[in-house]
Design a protein. Structure first.
Length: 729
């Protein structure tokens, strides 16, 4: 009897251990990781914090990434407090060990939190199934790609709801339990500020359900919301402030409305098994045709959805389940994002256009940068807008959470509780176990692959480590995004490589980039055949780029390399084969050197209204010529010019220089002599990233040759033998 009693109590723990062993059996905790990319960001960050603390450096800024400003670590999605909390694990077994153990612990915490919450409503078997569904469902399993912060925050959601339930049912100890709710909520924010909203939805949704069920009054519910939220915000305030301050310092450009909408889940992805399910994945992918990114993996399961709908039937009559119902509805609707999508594409219904216009007008009033223009652009003009669009317009900073699909972490808890309710209503024991087995099979995750960490270095880095760089010089890591279109390789591998070759890179990692980095990334992405563009080398020189590392990950880079070898301002150095041992870089890396400029007196990116550069300088064509320059810090700059007019008898030339729409200087000629001068560009006019220089002149004409009409048909205004802008000393 004692053995039977122990087995009945212990088998839920055995079920958890079985799933962990299945998913992690291939891992070497200290010497492998399940995937590169985002995981490398976490492991690198642990190594950097450790080094900074040991050597007395400032851990808040990593100088070798996002050169020249450095990587403001506060902009990273994983909260600094969470990273500091992982350092003891790092000291114990290294960065891979710290990451792997921390991820494993989040699954244990998530499982037991969901289990103890469910046990307040159902018996042991349904509770264990609810816990298994929540801890291991595909969307949480997907986060093992490196989203430790999301795993941590989501693991605490059932504990937050459990503590809230205890507070609502124990008036004598209400304040202590509410304080625990706030503490757990605050700890979830340590992982990422996302959970201000995600955990907050869990608290608010559960309270609304209790009020709707008339088991709690509005006044008590309001207190139960205000007390924990105050504690959570006080705990999370340092990390939130650090993130806000760091983002402000780098003038980070946050996400557009289209990008926020992109990261909402699709309606047809919700009832499917996990897209990467070891046995049912092909079935799920045959139905869902959208991209298998994070928002596409909000897959609750077909059997689970059907059982949850059966639970919904019971919940209609039993008010005990209304909080779970509200939680499921609110979380899953918000997870769909801003517009209704099917296979990742916004559903177009023309009759919603008046609603979309009204929401757009509201957004223009509250957040004009997020809602640009007077009218909604495609697909927002005729899309089916969801409550997320209204919240994005009204709630400050909500769009910075970007991945609306993550609200499903709250909605799933409610849905799985409803599934547990239905399972508990099955009176036939054998049928109940059979249904539980189907749910278990559907939630089985794919075993995680085992990739060696850190693995061998790359010969290209060994060569680069031996090359001296002058002060102010850097490297640029590029990778192909589309045919003939390179972009910055902003991945964990980029920053980890800096620890091997020791050279600063213009690239970096994470989702929030400095304004100048974003400019270069977007300029490259919007200029196919970039190496054939005369503005590429000037753009790279603003970042002090000496070497370009082209990561040859596939066929896309071959065409880019061919074009790079034709660029006269770039010299091909060598393509280095990967090391024979496995590691982060299992492909060749080709190195190119950015040569000194042909004409060092002209350093701007000549966009419109310019003739081609010549050995002496460049002509401005027409009466309006536009160029770009990149500022890597908001400080005073100097515009240095030496110019002469296209001398036309009887006409006097005048030029005006405008920076970002504001005049900074002008010059008028009484004759045709060359003139040189400097104009100060105050820091108040300078933007981190791209800045616009507009040269306007009074007239332009075809040049006149000494012997009569010139054969040159260009309409020229002013010739520049010097046209430079640089930081003031």
């Amino acid at each position: 009897a004692r053995i039977r009693a122990f087995a009945e109590r212990a088998w839920p723990a055995g079920l958890l251990a079985l799933f962990l062993a299945w998913g992690w059996h291939a891992q070497s905790l200290a010497h492998s990781v399940p995937v590169y990319g985002d995981v490398i960001e976490i492991t690198w960050l642990l190594s950097w914090y450790d080094e900074a603390l040991r050597t007395g450096q400032n851990p808040a800024v990593y100088p070798l990434a996002f050169y020249p400003g450095g990587w403001q670590i506060g902009t990273f999605g994983a909260g600094p407090i969470m990273i500091f909390g992982l350092l003891p694990l790092h000291w114990l077994g290294g960065p891979a060990f710290a990451y792997n153990v921390a991820v494993l612990l989040t699954f244990v915490v998530a499982y037991w939190g969901a289990y103890v919450l469910a046990r307040r409503f159902v018996e042991r078997l349904p509770a264990a199934i609810v816990a298994l569904l929540f801890a291991f469902w595909g969307f949480r399993w997907f986060q093992t790609i490196g989203h430790l912060n999301v795993l941590l925050g989501s693991a605490l959601i059932p504990w937050i709801v459990w503590a809230l339930e205890r507070a609502l049912n124990a008036p004598a100890r209400r304040w202590g339990w509410l304080a625990l709710v706030g503490l757990l909520w605050g700890v979830s924010i340590f992982g990422t500020p996302y959970f201000v909203w995600i955990s907050g939805l869990g608290v608010a949704g559960w309270l609304v359900g209790r009020v709707a069920a008339k088991s709690v009054g509005w006044r008590a519910a309001l207190v139960a919301l205000l007390v924990p939220s105050t504690i959570a915000l006080l705990l999370g305030a340092p990390g939130i402030y650090w993130s806000w301050r760091a983002s402000t310092d780098v003038a980070a450009i946050f996400y557009s409305l289209g990008e926020v909408d992109f990261w909402g889940s699709s309606l047809n992805s919700l009832p499917l098994p996990y897209l990467s399910h070891p046995w049912l994945g092909s079935f799920a992918r045959s139905i869902y045709k959208g991209l298998p990114y994070e928002q596409g993996t909000v897959n609750l399961g077909l059997v689970t959805t059907l059982v949850a709908f059966a639970g919904l039937w019971f919940a209609r009559r039993e008010r005990l389940w209304w909080p779970a119902l509200i939680l499921a509805a609110a979380g899953l609707v918000l997870s769909l994002g801003l517009t209704l999508k099917w296979d990742g594409t916004a559903v177009q219904w023309g009759w919603t256009e008046p609603l979309n216009q009204a929401l757009w007008s509201l957004g223009r009033t509250t957040k004009p940068l997020l809602f640009p223009g007077e009218q909604p652009y495609e697909p927002f003009d005729e899309s089916f807008s969801l409550p997320g669009m209204l919240l994005a317009a009204l709630v400050p900073f909500l769009e910075r959470a970007r991945v609306f699909a993550r609200f499903a972490l709250v909605g799933s808890l409610g849905l799985f509780l409803l599934a547990g309710a239905a399972l508990s209503k099955v009176n036939n024991r054998y049928l109940q176990w059979a249904l539980a087995a189907l749910l278990v099979v559907e939630v089985v995750p794919p075993p995680l692959p085992s990739l060696p960490f850190p693995g061998a270095t790359h010969p290209a880095f060994d060569w680069l480590a031996q090359q001296p760089l002058a002060e102010g010089q850097s490297i640029v890591d590029l990778v192909g995004a589309h045919p003939h279109t390179p972009v910055l390789m902003n991945l964990g591998e980029s920053v980890w490589a800096t620890r091997l070759h020791g050279k600063p890179t213009v690239a970096g990692a994470s989702s929030v980039w400095p304004a100048e980095t974003m400019f270069l990334f977007q300029w490259l992405a919007n200029h196919p055949h970039a190496f054939a563009n005369p503005d590429l080398a000037p753009a790279l020189r603003f970042f002090g780029a000496r070497y370009v590392l082209l990561h040859m990950r596939g066929d896309l880079e071959q065409g880019i390399l061919e074009e790079a070898r034709q660029n006269q301002e770039v010299s091909f150095v060598e393509c280095f084969s990967p090391a024979s041992e496995p590691g982060l870089w299992s492909y060749p890396i080709c190195v190119l050197e950015v040569l000194p400029p042909i004409n060092p007196n002209v350093n701007l990116m000549l966009e419109d209204g310019w003739s081609g550069q010549e050995a002496w300088g460049v002509w401005a064509e027409g009466t309006s010529s536009r160029s770009l320059w990149v500022a890597t810090a908001r400080r005073e700059h100097l515009l240095i010019v030496e110019l002469f007019p296209n001398c036309i008898e009887g006409q006097r030339q005048r030029v005006v220089f405008q920076v970002n729409g504001t005049p900074v200087g002008e010059h008028a000629w009484e004759n045709c002599e060359a003139w040189s001068g400097e104009f100060a560009v105050p820091a108040s006019l300078v933007q981190r990233g791209a800045n616009d220089l507009l040269v306007q002149s009074d007239f332009a004409a075809r040049p006149v040759a000494a012997e009569g009409q010139s054969q040159d048909t260009r309409e020229l205004s002013v010739g520049f033998s010097r046209l430079k802008i640089e930081p003031a000393p």
